[in-house]
Design a binder for this molecule. Structure first.
Ligand SMILES: [Zn+2]
Length: 526
């Protein structure tokens, strides 16, 4: 039994069956019904959007003896002859392989003869942008004075390569990429008719892989059905037969790349290799994933217009804030370059691993985007509360406390005199704040008091607002005056603003207390 590809079997034969190109279909149907038919049409659009299909329906309709609502009837002699490809009235020319001036000259000879049956001779020239310059000139002469019975339908994916002189002679129609839902509906229609049970998620995935092209989506469906003949088409089986990867894996890769976790990223490669997935496909799908994330970022709350499932959109919205736009673009560029390299490479895995390490290590690269990403990371760390201190050599060094988990309480033993000052202040701290009142009370309530040398107490703040309230000479003098009056001590106050949220918890003790707390780690203040 011969097998007819779904795409051929399900190729629309009437305008009603054409999905996702409503404005074009309506205009062409009206032309048939009113008999106002042009002589040159230009159909533009990406592959698989239905240009040739619509051209063929149109060619049948103009010759049909009894068109129904502008569509060919499919029953008359003309319709049947064209369907059998036995009619001289419809010619399809592939300009990619017939692009010379001689091909067009032959065509001009041919059109001198009017049709023996039917009304029109229709020439569908596919990939018309491939014609040579002189071929275009020859075609132009025909388009300027076409015989009344000739219709040209020029189809192209690249209208920008068509000479303006030719463009100006044609009615132009731009075919849109079909929305995901429209492709999904079509796939559903097919699987229902073919008696193939299919999960919604599975068909949605195939529709998305089609990327706006009916032809691509239907070919993929064909491939999946053939691969799992007689079984239900589940999401996992589709992933399996298309060698594709679940988006969870991209999510995993992305998050780890942003975090700079190269090892975790490389595990993803290991996993897909073990599963026998195609690495180029993986890289290409990851670019698509990042591209969608870039759109979500750019959409800024207007995501409804994006064609993606609610589920994917949710994940992308969660992840999008993890990286700056520049970083996303760097990732996309890196992986696009990778795809080019992979095309001819023997060891794709090594290339993929190299690219992934580059993702994780912007410091390996010298371009501006990478430098900005490194800066982002430093800023993020500072925000999280990692304290940087200036080393003797001038280099920034991370505080040893970073990533040490929950901080242990630090116990510092004070000199007796310093301890006495500290004790005096802290035992009356709350009362002092109440007495000072005003904005000082709430501002000081959360600060940490650190005893320093020379009878100085440093007030450490983590909040800028509170720091600025207290860090004024008159306020500090007010405190010093209070301490002198109430505790009979001459203490100097200074302030400090700490970066980051968490302060180190320190307990200051006297020598005696230090001896009691022998089990705790003890540092002696110098
Ligand atoms: Zn007919």
């Amino acid at each position: 039994m011969s097998y007819t590809a779904l795409y051929r079997k399900w190729r629309p034969t009437t305008f009603e069956d054409v999905k996702g190109q409503d404005p074009i279909v309506t205009t062409l149907k009206n032309q048939i019904e009113t008999g106002r038919i042009g002589h040159a049409y230009l159909f533009c659009g990406t592959r698989g959007t239905g240009k040739t299909t619509v051209a063929k329906i149109f060619a049948r309709a103009v010759n049909c003896e009894h068109p129904e609502n502008g569509s060919p009837c499919g029953k008359c002699a003309s319709c049947q002859a064209i369907a059998r490809e036995a009619s001289m009235n419809v010619s399809e020319i592939d300009a990619a392989s017939n692009n010379g001036v001689d091909n067009i000259r032959d065509l001009r000879e041919e059109i001198k003869y009017s049709p023996t049956e039917g009304k029109y001779r229709v020439y569908i020239i596919d990939e018309v942008h491939m014609l040579s310059g002189s071929a275009f000139n020859a075609l132009l002469k025909t388009l300027e004075e076409p015989p009344s019975y000739v219709i040209f339908i020029l189809a192209t994916t690249e209208p920008n390569k068509i000479p303006i002189t030719v463009l100006s002679r044609c009615q132009r129609y731009d075919f849109r990429r079909a929305p995901l839902e429209t492709i999904y509906d079509r796939l559903r229609e097919m699987t229902d008719a073919e008696g193939v049970p299919a999960e919604e998620k599975a068909l949605k995935f195939i529709a998305r892989k089609g990327d706006g092209s009916f032809r691509d989506a239907i070919s993929l469906l064909d491939q999946c059905i053939a691969f799992h003949a007689g079984k239900e088409l589940t999401f996992d089986r589709v992933l399996d037969s298309l060698g594709a990867v679940n988006t969870e894996m991209f999510s995993h890769l992305f998050r780890n790349a942003v975090a700079g976790e190269a090892l975790a990223c490389l595990k993803v490669v290991e996993e897909i290799t073990e599963r026998g997935r195609d690495l180029s496909q993986f890289a290409s799908d990851f670019v698509w994933y990042l591209r969608n994330m870039m759109l979500v970022k750019a959409a800024d709350g207007e995501e409804d217009s994006l064609e993606m499932s609610a589920e994917d959109l949710k994940t992308l919205k969660e992840e999008e804030p993890l990286a700056e736009m520049d970083t996303l673009m760097r990732y996309i560029r890196l992986f696009s370059d990778l795809l080019n390299q992979m095309r001819y490479a023997v060891n794709k895995r090594v290339l993929l691993e190299m690219a992934i390490i580059r993702l994780c290590r912007p410091e390996m690269e010298k371009d501006l985007e990478s430098v900005l990403q490194r800066l982002d990371r430093v800023e993020a760390k500072i925000e999280k509360g990692v304290v940087f201190r200036q080393e003797a050599g001038g280099a920034l060094a991370k505080d040893a406390e970073e990533e040490a988990g929950p901080k242990e309480e630090r116990v510092v033993e004070l000199e007796p005199a310093v301890y006495a000052d500290y004790q005096a202040i802290m035992s009356n701290w709350r009362k002092m704040l109440r007495d000072l009142g005003g904005t000082m009370q709430p501002a000081l309530a959360s600060c940490q008091v650190e005893p320093m040398e020379n009878s100085t107490m440093r007030l450490c703040f983590t909040e800028k607002g509170k720091y600025f309230i207290v860090n004024r000479p008159e306020k500090l003098q007010e405190m010093e005056k209070y301490v002198a009056e109430h505790f009979g001590k001459s203490i100097h106050f200074e302030t400090a603003l700490m970066h980051g949220g968490e302060q180190e918890k320190t307990t200051y003790v006297s020598r005696e207390e230090a001896a009691e707390k022998i089990l705790m780690p003890i540092e002696t203040e110098e």
